[in-house]
Design a protein around this ligand. Structure first.
Ligand SMILES: *Cc1c(COP(=O)(O)O)cnc(C)c1O
Ligand code: SF4
Length: 336
């Protein structure tokens, strides 16, 4: 699509997002030296507990130089505390290994089916349940989603397909188009939802080819971002959000409540305000999945509830996210 469409307005001369993806920082020592904290090297764990560090350079650039408590740094830097074995924290905290069928399709909630489109992420978040998942790197690429599509085609109760992962935007746009071409032929499917952290951690991903694809998908489109702190936003992220909205997507955000990162009312309120400035509405604030290695991020329920109450007293109602947790076997997220 070169001329005669909305896409012909200013072309977006972005560098290839895959180059930015590959160029991520994977050495904790390099990260510490980039943010002016080389002396913290002595406090690094001896190994990465089976979950490599990975963080795009653009995300590193948003960290505050010299701040060992930087909320972006704490989300990605391996910590000694990850090695602690804390009772109640397990390797499959949300039961997804049991619920997932062979095609990577999770159909736990009425009307919505979730496809694990890819196991890859541009960033490895230390609190993530994914740290223990034996996901293949390219689930959808293996052709498995033809079977997933067949399941969605056969079940007319499914009105919304959710692409999740990993990060579904780790797939090439052409792959995503293959999937949505199949979806668009199903009259009962009305909505496409994409859960992704890429517009925040690697905004280069939202390039012209991507927005042209998204705009052309003949379904209602929802993109659920994942940002945990206002500092994750900069001009490039704002631009990516604007491009997603221009392509017809409704933008929502889910966050995880994380001790030391965003567990105070002022930080959470600033995040909501920053999201709205970028054209994004807060959707969920998740209590942490209790995965082994992430216990040091947990905030107890009483405090979580108090934080959300404090947000309610400061913000318009539409900027207060719903505080939820994921519980195995429940028909929806569980509100606290
Ligand atoms: C979280 C989740 C959804 C989406 O739930 P919403 O409340 O609609 O955001 C759908 N399917 C599965 C398997 C999920 O884990
Ligand atoms: S799935 Fe989301 S939270 Fe988990 S590592 Fe990937 S981007 Fe981070």
């Amino acid at each position: 699509m070169i001329t005669g469409s909305p896409a012909s307005r200013l072309s977006h001369a972005a560098p290839d997002w895959r180059a930015a993806w590959r160029d991520a920082v994977t050495d904790p020592l390099e990260l510490l030296s980039m943010v002016g904290l080389p002396h913290l090297a002595a406090a690094l764990p001896a190994d990465d507990a089976g979950f490599a560090m990975r963080v795009p350079r653009g995300f590193v650039a948003r960290m505050t130089h010299g701040d060992a408590r930087d909320p972006l740094l704490l989300q990605v830097l391996p910590q000694l505390a990850e090695a602690e074995d804390v009772p109640g924290f397990s390797r499959d905290a949300v039961g997804d290994l049991a619920a997932r069928d062979a095609q990577g399709l999770l159909h736990k909630y009425q009307g919505r089916a979730l496809l694990i489109a890819s196991g890859s992420c541009a960033v490895n978040c230390r609190y993530c349940f994914r740290r223990h998942f034996p996901y293949g790197e390219e689930i959808a690429a293996a052709g498995a989603w033809r079977q997933a599509l067949a399941h969605v085609a056969a079940d007319t109760s499914i009105e919304e397909l959710i692409l999740s992962g990993g990060d579904p935007l780790s797939l090439a746009t052409g792959k995503l188009a293959e999937l949505t071409d199949g979806l668009s032929a199903l009259p009962h499917v009305r909505r496409l939802r994409i859960h992704t952290r890429l517009p925040v951690v690697l905004p280069e991903r939202i390039d012209d080819a991507f927005t042209q694809w998204l705009e052309a998908v003949p379904l209602q489109k929802v993109v659920v971002l994942h940002a945990n702190h206002a500092n994750e936003f900069d001009g490039d992220v704002d631009d990516a959000c604007r491009r997603l909205r221009d392509a017809g997507a409704t933008l929502l955000n889910q966050s995880v409540l994380l001790a030391g990162v965003n567990d105070d009312a002022e930080t959470l309120s600033a995040l909501s305000e920053r999201l709205f400035a970028a054209g994004v509405l807060p959707y969920y604030l998740h209590q942490l999945d209790r995965v082994q290695g992430a216990a040091h991020f947990e905030v107890d329920d009483a405090r979580a509830l108090a934080l959300v109450q404090a947000m309610r007293e400061r913000l318009p109602g539409y900027l207060v996210p719903r505080l939820v947790r994921e519980e195995q076997g429940e028909p929806s997220k569980t509100p606290l």
